[in-house]
Design a protein around this ligand. Structure first.
Ligand SMILES: [Zn+2]
Length: 161
């Protein structure tokens, strides 16, 4: 009986870690799709030529040129670059297509919050290394689209947004 119980708990453990892994991947896939929609909407909603160009460039980066969004499947793992306050990061110089998702990114909300994170990181990849600039772009995309800001990262306050 005892071994049956442990077999069952092993099965449940394996099952829940598989479910967890696909849940994470789904959130990122959905986040990419929503990010594309946000950027298209924002581009259509604005008359400002600079914003339009920027949203087109971000859309191209995410939809056409491709980004690889990298994450760990287990909540107990994280990238070395993920501190207690890091939601995601890029190394634009070394890895110009890669967006690294930290565990904290999964706690900001659902797939729309993930989309907001991806837009911020994509801004880094197209050349905006400054955090206030990337946050301004992230915020602009969310507000100019119909989605609205999903969460305020730490830079919203320190950059005066
Ligand atoms: Zn950033």
């Amino acid at each position: 009986m005892k071994s049956l119980v442990s077999l069952i708990s092993l099965f449940l453990l394996l099952n829940s870690s598989l479910a967890n892994a696909s849940w994470r991947k789904d959130m990122i896939d959905d986040g990419v799709a929503i990010a594309k929609d946000i950027l298209q909407q924002a581009e259509q909603n604005t008359d400002d030529a600079d914003w339009k160009r920027l949203f087109q460039k971000l859309y191209k980066r995410i939809a056409t040129n491709g980004v690889s969004v990298i994450h760990h499947e287990s909540p107990s793992e994280d990238f070395v670059g993920c501190t207690d306050n890091t939601i995601a990061f890029t190394q634009a110089g070394l890895h110009p297509r890669d967006i690294y998702i930290c565990q904290l990114a999964f706690d900001q909300g659902g797939a729309t919050a993930m989309a907001q994170t991806l837009i911020h990181e994509a801004a880094h990849l197209i050349g905006f290394s400054n955090e206030c600039q990337a946050t301004k772009i992230e915020r602009g995309a969310m507000l100019i689209s119909d989605y609205g800001v999903q969460y305020r990262n730490g830079y919203f306050t320190s950059c005066g947004f």
